[in-house]
Ligand binder design. Structure first.
Ligand SMILES: Nc1ncnc2c1ncn2[C@@H]1O[C@H](COP(=O)(O)OP(=O)(O)OP(=O)(O)O)[C@@H](O)[C@H]1O
Ligand SMILES: Nc1ncnc2c1ncn2[C@@H]1O[C@H](COP(=O)(O)OP(=O)(O)OP(=O)(O)O)[C@@H](O)[C@H]1O
Ligand SMILES: [Mg+2]
Ligand SMILES: [Mg+2]
Lengths: 227, 227
């Protein structure tokens, strides 16, 4: 359902051109569980932003669910993001003036869920990530790992068919990381597609397939024999 | 040089009181290398902020370098921070409108270093963390791990006698993490004191002593036999 063909992404910094992605071609099928690894700066977040329709490529094509999304307008991309994709950002991106609960309820507004049910579902998902007693805290009243878990809950709450997670456990201890990995496994078992960036092999081991990026290109793409 | 006696820290959220630190007593001597571990929300960053003079305790005393800093004014705390302590924040805290180089030069302004030398030293420290080719990028033009490395460089550039690092490798792959650990080992070998929060045992193993926090209190404080 995710088909990238010769994707490139360039940034301009002053007079310099940074080639964040040099040529990435990749297919991910419905229900796959993929981990993306690679050195800092190798292009992982840039690739995730393109897959998640947060950014458009400089070159190449991206067909998502049989639809060419490579050059869509911001409004069309926003529609796809809100209905089909859940995204856990590497730098959380929570609304600073809203509580954890309000942040997690937000995706359900786009899904047209009524307020009472939004509150129930967001409360349930926050319980799943162990934050029942922090629901009414704003982001600056939460620890780093708690903010990360709010970002995870927000991505999961509308049960997206494609879950993209960029370093979801970077700020979490091993106990909570295991809980998060179980949640992801549940999502995967319900038939959804997961793409996860991580720098930790222990986390990548949960996936069926491991893609390694190097300098904006795919260096290797291997099946994980024992997920 | 760091002496905490029955330190408590409370936050008020609406009508609720959050006891982030319940009673922490702890001594760290000059030249020690200490790792602090514990579950998400256990109080590690709160403790680091008090040690680093970014926050004052609700109760208890803190004597730093023979001086009681428990109830100092913001100005006095700022003076201590800028001259004696280097701090790597869990959420980076870079100036968004300034380049990596400018962000790393900033602590040297407080140290009274002239501009030409500030530039040289900041350039050198950015090279130490592998960011020579990203010096003129602003934070939003950098990857997550690159921002983390700018935060590390900024903390190291004025060779502080006390280095405090809150999850310094949370966004870094194992290769770069090892480079950062070597840099920290150099700082330690020069006689400085290091306190590092981490959730990864592989990183904590570099320290001589491992303190575990649980629910705002010290659960264990053990010597690491093979750092
Ligand atoms: N400004 C604040 N207002 C209210 N509660 C706060 C505030 N800052 C922190 N807390 C609470 O205090 C507790 C300790 O927070 P702290 O940031 O020290 O945890 P931590 O051990 O660093 O966690 P992590 O590993 O997730 O970064 C958490 O439960 C958090 O919700
Ligand atoms: N807006 C931008 N402008 C200029 N360069 C950028 C921009 N965003 C990213 N880059 C550069 O593109 C490269 C890839 O960035 P990306 O964020 O994808 O890396 P990453 O693999 O996610 O790294 P990390 O593991 O550190 O998060 C980096 O070298 C970065 O400096
Ligand atoms: Mg990234
Ligand atoms: Mg913390």
């Amino acid at each position: 359902i995710i088909h990238l063909e010769k994707i490139t992404k360039n940034y301009k910094v002053g007079t310099q051109v940074v080639r964040a992605l040099r040529s990435v071609s990749l297919e991910i099928h419905k229900g796959e569980y993929v981990a993306i690894m690679g050195a800092s700066g190798s292009g992982k977040s840039t690739l995730m932003n393109i897959i998640g329709c947060l950014d458009t490529p400089s070159g190449g094509t991206y067909v998502l669910n049989k639809r060419d999304v490579s050059r869509l307008s911001d409004n069309d991309l926003a529609e796809i993001r809100n209905t089909e994709i859940g995204f856990v950002f590497q730098v959380f991106n929570l609304l600073p003036r809203n509580t954890a609960l309000e942040n997690v309820m937000l995706p359900l507004v786009y899904a047209g869920i009524r307020k009472h049910d939004r509150k129930d579902r967001a409360t349930g998902t926050l319980a799943d990530v162990g934050l029942s007693d922090r629901m009414h805290h704003k982001p600056n009243e939460l620890s780093g790992g708690q903010r990360q878990r709010v970002a995870i809950a927000r991505a999961l709450v509308n049960k997206p068919s494609i879950l993209l997670a960029d370093e979801p456990t970077g700020n979490l201890d091993s106990v909570i990381s295991e809980d998060i990995m179980k949640l992801f496994a549940d999502i995967h078992r319900s038939g959804n597609t997961l793409v996860m960036v991580t720098h930790e092999m222990d986390i990548a081991r949960h996936a069926h397939r491991i893609i390694k990026l190097k300098d904006g290109e795919i260096e290797s793409d291997t099946v994980n024999p024992e997920p």
